[in-house]
Structure formats: C-alpha cells, structure tokens
Design a protein around this ligand. Structure first.
Ligand SMILES: Nc1ncnc2c1ncn2[C@@H]1O[C@H](COP(=O)(O)OP(=O)(O)OP(=O)(O)O)[C@@H](O)[C@H]1O
Ligand SMILES: [Mg+2]
Length: 381
C-alpha cells in the first residue's frame, strides 16, 4: 500500500497538527490524512468509504469514552482503529482494545516512526482478523484449493488436475473447476468435450448460481472426480465477474470434500474473488528467472489483495530440466515450497494423448509421485 488513507478524529487543533506533521515525515509510505473534529463528522466520512485506518481520540465534543469507539466500530467494522489517548485514560484504551480497537498510543509519547509502525501493523492485523472471521463464518463442507501460474504455460493445469485425481483416488469427492473466461486445457487433458460448461452460468444472476444449476453442468469424469469445464468455443468467450466467481466457488465448496480451482496465469477480478475463498493457493513457478520474477510480482499482488502468507505456497514445475536451485527460488520469493514436480515431458505428452492425467497414465513416474505428495500436503491441516 503506497498511500494510506487516514481519518484523524481529533478535536484539538494542536494535537491534530502535530500528528499530521509526524505522518508527513515518514518516507516509506504516504499518508493521506483527512480530519474530522466531531464523532458525527467522522461517522459521515466513514460511511463514504475509502478509509484505511482511523486514528481516534476518545474525548470529542459530541462523544466521550468507550462510546466513541463503539460508534466508530459499529459504523465501519472493516476499518482498523488506533486510539489516541492521554496518559490518564490508558485504562479505557485497554478496554477498547479488548472490544476490537487495534492499538492505542499515548499522546505526548509519540514520534513519527512509532506512529507509522502502529498504523501499518494495525492495518495488517485487522485484515488478518477480518479474513479469519469470514473464513469461520463460511458454512461449507469442503476445502477449496486454488492453482495459479506465476505466468501462463508453467504447468498449472497439469498440477491442478493431477492433484484433483490424487485426491479422488483417496475416496474424497472432488470437483475441479476451470475458472476462466476462455478455453483452457481441461478438455484436451481429460479427453472430453463437455456438452455443458461454465459459460451458461454467466447468464444467470449470481444469486441463482446454486447446487442445482451446477449439477446440470458438472461432468462426472471418474469415480469421485467431477469437472466443471471452462468455455469451449470462441463465441462463449466472456469475462467472469467477481460476484459470479464468488457464487460459483461458494456453491461448489458446499458440494464436495475438495474443490480444485484452476485459475488463469494472469490476475483478474474473478481470480481475486475466488482466491479469497481458497484455503490454500498453490502458486506454480518454473525454476527460471522470468517465471520467478513474475512470481514475485504475483505474490506482491496477492499481499495487496489481503491473501495471507499461510495460504500461499509454491509448486515448482521443472518442465525442461532447468537448473535454478530451490534455495534461490525460496530466497527470491520468500514463500513456502509445497513441492517440486520433476521433468516429465514424454509422460505428459503420452498422458495427454490418452486424455488422462499423468497420475493415471504412469502412476510410478517420479512426477506422479511428487504430484500425489503435493495433493496430500495441500489437504493436510
Ligand atoms: N512436469 C512437467 N514436465 C514436462 N512438461 C510438463 C510438466 N508439467 C506440465 N508440462 C507440460 O507443459 C505444458 C503446459 O502445461 P499446462 O497446460 O498445465 O500449463 P498452464 O500453466 O496451465 O498453461 P495455461 O497458462 O495455458 O493455462 C503442457 O504441454 C504440459 O504437458
Ligand atoms: Mg492452464
């Protein structure tokens, strides 16, 4: 986040000026500070949205004490609040923190570094808490595993379909969905031309995307493995909105033990919405500089999307006997490596010819073994 939009709720002009000055001294980020000098004005401003953090003085002309915090929190629970207190109301601040405020800072003991750090930590902590809460509230049976390439063509779909197959072989009910706006490679990789696919769902109001609608479009590909294919024809090309993506993944997640989401190798709104619902996201990279550089940007974007570090892991697919060491990849991307898939070009081509995942074509191949291990890791808690 390069610009942090701060709502400073402070009636004392001297204190407000001091805080503005401190924030303007910070070099790493820019703080865009807007001020409200009354609780009422702050609530109005929050209702308009676009605030990243509130700096809140509890004693205002139109509200005092915990009530001030409670009103702000009720208005915008998604926005983190850092309290500004005097020495004498630190007890009150501690109580407010118990009720959901992110932190408190004692006026007169502040400097710009401390203030900036408190604001940034508050934003990060709050985001993680909100995400955990949303996750816990989601009522559904199964896990959602996302697969996204650092860029196109790195082997993402191959990994996704083999993980799906491995889990189906373990007697889990699995749905694999190709969440993309144009033809992907589920059809050739699974040797199947579906009569129905995801495209016709996009004509529905997202609120009508439910189990019944999905069932008519799912293909029972193998025991335990159902597949929702992406669009197949040129005239079926259509962007997927975030609402549609969310509705599709939520409904699928209620229908299977594991939902495998194959995402395109470029970011889009549909992927962003789907990823918010993923328990784990495998970012697929090849062990070479261009792919790793794309991976770094993708990870940065995921962070900006609020996807926590615990969710994302790397799957390294070494399609062409490349030699970049794993330690280099790890140090450049700073992310857990879930697994490495060794070169399997001939086996992949032969599997594709047969229209089956590598895992079925040649289960003893080292790549198949590592894909099974990756599947196991992704569903382990
Ligand atoms: N371990 C491997 N060794 C050699 N070739 C592989 C390996 N894994 C996948 N491939 C091959 O790489 C090619 C691209 O794979 P795949 O379609 O899975 O990539 P993708 O990232 O999903 O591509 P797209 O961006 O088009 O969706 C395919 O021909 C596939 O058979
Ligand atoms: Mg693909």
């Amino acid at each position: 986040m390069d610009v942090i939009r701060v709502l400073l709720v402070e009636d004392n002009p001297g204190d407000a000026r001091l805080i503005r000055e401190m924030l303007s001294e910070v070099r790493e980020v820019t703080f865009d500070v807007q001020r409200a000098d009354r609780l009422s004005a702050s609530l109005e401003r929050l209702a308009e949205g676009g605030i990243d953090v509130v700096l809140l003085d509890l004693s205002l002309p139109d509200s005092q004490g915990l009530e001030t915090f409670a009103r702000v929190y009720a208005q915008a629970p998604e926005v983190p609040v850092v309290l500004l207190t005097g020495l004498d109301d630190a007890d009150l601040a501690v109580r407010a923190v118990r009720e959901g405020a992110q932190d408190y800072l004692v006026k007169g003991q502040l400097d710009s570094g401390l203030l900036a750090r408190a604001i940034r930590y508050a934003i990060e902590r709050h985001r993680a808490q909100v995400e955990r809460l949303l996750r816990a509230r989601r009522v559904r049976a199964g896990k959602v595993l996302g697969f996204m390439g650092a860029k196109g063509g790195v082997g993402t779909t191959t990994v996704a379909l083999n993980v799906a197959m491995a889990l189906a072989q373990q007697k889990k009910s699995v749905i694999a969905v190709e969440l993309r706006s144009c033809w992907g490679t589920f059809a050739p990789q699974l040797g199947h031309t579906p009569a129905e696919n995801l495209r016709s769902l996009l004509d529905l109001d997202p609120r009508r995307i439910n189990e019944k609608e999905l069932n008519t479009r799912l293909v029972n590909w193998a025991s335990g493995l159902h597949v929702l294919f992406g669009p197949q024809k040129v005239e079926e090309f259509m962007a997927i909105s975030d609402d549609q993506a969310e509705a599709i993944i939520k409904a699928l997640a209620g229908m299977a033990d594991v939902t495998i989401v194959d995402l395109p190798g470029y970011p889009c709104e549909a992927s962003r919405a789907a990823i918010q619902l993923c328990d784990r996201l495998a970012l697929v990279v090849e062990p070479e500089a261009v792919s790793v550089a794309s991976g770094r940007l993708t990870l940065e974007l995921l962070e900006a999307w609020g996807v926590g570090g615990g969710v994302v892991g790397l799957v390294v697919v070494n399609r062409a006997m490349l030699a970049m060491p794993l330690t280099t990849i790890q140090s450049q991307l700073g992310c857990e490596i879930i697994g490495v898939v060794p070169p399997a070009m001939e086996a992949c081509i032969a599997a594709q010819k047969r229209g089956v995942p590598l895992l079925l074509h040649q289960p003893e191949h080292l790549a198949a073994v590592s894909l099974t291990e990756i599947a196991n890791k992704l569903v382990a808690d």
